[in-house]
Design a binder for this molecule. Structure first.
Ligand code: DCP
Length: 490
């Protein structure tokens, strides 16, 4: 049986906010003389001027694309300004971009539940704020509507009657006979326009937004009109939007599932899914995926906006393409040490600033074997309990790598050690810290927390008697400062 549509989902007001060419904007704020010029941010390497990772809208007009190298960008747009990503420990240092993202999040979170979805994307649940506006000062009765709100794109709004587009938007917002859902979206339009203007005022960054009744539709809408614009999906326009939407454009359908839907079921647009009963989709793709597909065809998504302003995990990685592949254990260890140092620093500042502690360390790698028919085999990801302290993270990550390598190559002999080529190469390495939880508030429970966690987090802490001295020897400065502050109470 089809899953019933959640009663309340139509009357939620959800926004997806996405920064415009984010890294470029961060660099332009640092160097205001670049504003308005075709600009791109380049990840440094010597080959053909490095890879472009963010491109300004001015540069896009000349045909500059993210897939290009710096030299190619110069060919299509000789005046393009190429700015290098800051580098630390021989790799890209993204901390400036992360911090800039946090500035934006702290502004957006002022009006409702806020979920930081990536370095430059946020979901907002504005239902309560919209209901409140509707009760206290409904847009239908407002004499003037903010200019930014009037620039909104409302899907399905007929703009062919000769009226100016802004006038049509004003009429849509002012409709007294609109149903409750549309009235809530009208409030959402005003709230999001105001938030975006506030972001611009306080951070100098522009962003674009989608406003709809659920996360899926809001995300689809936010990318439709960029930069610095907002797009609204009224309930009545959902079917029209999905009918023609290529299936691979849906989040989660860009990969194997999307290919199977196209090849095996002849589904090219999300609307094409409507022809299949839920049971048929479940038979083919399993109960959960089948139901999910049936729902998305109808624009239904009950996914909640999680109240999360901080990242779920921290990671540090680097790729080593082509001739730069790492071919010896010492070379891998050198880079792992750099990555672990960065990870450790971020864990310490998370602990200092947010009082959060991570529990799991994971190592991922991509590798190849130069003489093996089984070249499809993937390097296995490995995890272990996370111990704080740079040296410990380095040691654990290296052990995880060695365990992964043993499994990957099937043996671990003298050939894999030393400095000569051993028939394998590592093309990407990353370490991440996950299962991050807040330390319970209150100094006494923090004391209990550290004692309770002593075996996994601090291998050197055997008992509360030796905590002080051992911690002094092995803990990073941030954590040490934290312990010193609370120590009198322990
Ligand atoms: N980024 C990256 N490598 C990629 C893709 C993105 O380092 N392959 C970084 C640079 C981007 C930032 O993440 O500025 C956000 O990525 P988006 O995909 O949101 O793209 P932009 O914000 O650059 O542009 P848009 O305005 O199209 O969203």
């Amino acid at each position: 049986m089809p899953v019933a549509k959640p009663e309340s989902s139509d009357s939620r007001v959800i926004a997806h906010v996405d920064m415009d060419c984010f890294y470029v904007q961060v660099e332009q704020r640092k160097q205001p003389q670049l504003r308005g010029l075709p600009t791109a941010v380049v990840q440094y390497n010597e080959w053909k001027g490095g890879a472009l990772i963010a491109v300004s809208y001015e540069a896009r007009k000349f045909g500059v694309k993210r897939s290009m190298r710096g030299e190619e960008a110069k060919e299509v747009c000789p005046q393009v300004q190429l700015v290098q990503v800051p580098v630390a420990r021989g790799k890209a240092d993204l901390s400036g971009y992360r911090n800039a993202g946090s500035e934006v999040v702290s502004i957006l979170a002022r009006r409702g539940r806020c979920e930081r979805a990536s370095i430059d994307e946020v979901y907002l649940d504005l239902t309560d704020a919209a209901e409140m506006m509707l009760a206290d000062n409904p847009p239908q009765g407002m004499e003037t509507i903010d200019e930014e709100a009037l620039k909104s794109h409302i899907l399905g709004l007929n703009n062919e009657d000769g009226n100016d587009v802004k006038e049509n938007v004003r009429k849509w917002i002012h409709r007294h006979n609109a149903d409750h859902r549309d009235k809530l979206l009208a409030c959402g339009i005003l709230i999001v326009a105001e938030l975006r203007m506030q972001v611009l005022k306080e951070t100098e960054f522009t962003c674009s937004a989608g406003i709809a009744h659920n996360k899926m539709l809001a995300k689809l809408a936010s990318g439709m009109n960029k930069p610095a614009q907002q797009t609204v999906v009224p309930f009545s326009s959902v079917k029209g939007l999905l009918d023609t939407l290529p299936i691979r454009k849906m989040k989660q359908l860009g990969g194997k599932l999307g290919i199977s839907l196209q090849m095996d079921m002849g589904v090219n647009t999300v609307g094409d899914l409507l022809q299949f009963p839920e049971e048929k989709l479940q038979e083919r793709y399993g109960i959960n995926t089948g139901t999910w597909l049936w729902n998305i065809a109808r624009g239904i998504s009950g996914e909640e906006v999680e109240g999360r302003l901080l990242p779920k995990s921290h990671g540090s990685g680097k790729t080593f393409p082509g001739p730069r592949a790492l071919k010896t254990v010492p070379a891998v260890q050198h880079w792992l040490n750099q990555l672990c140092e960065e990870l450790s620093e971020r864990l310490c500042s998370d602990l200092d600033q947010n009082k959060r502690i991570a529990h799991t360390l994971t190592l991922h790698a991509r590798a190849y074997k130069s003489s093996d028919s089984d070249s499809q085999k993937k390097f296995p990801s490995k995890s272990c309990p996370l111990r704080y302290g740079t040296a410990k993270i380095q040691e654990d990550a290296f052990n995880l790598f060695q365990a992964g390598l043993r499994e990957y190559i099937g043996f671990y002999g003298g050939k894999t050690q030393g400095s000569h080529c051993s028939g394998w190469g590592i093309t990407s390495l990353s370490v991440s810290a996950s299962k991050i939880v807040p330390i319970p508030s209150g100094t006494c429970s923090i004391a209990k927390y550290f004692q309770g966690q002593s075996t996994s987090h601090f291998s050197s802490m055997q008992s509360s008697d030796n905590l002080n001295t051992e911690a002094t020897l092995s803990l990073p400065s941030g954590l040490l400062a934290f312990l010193i502050i609370f120590w009198p109470c322990l």
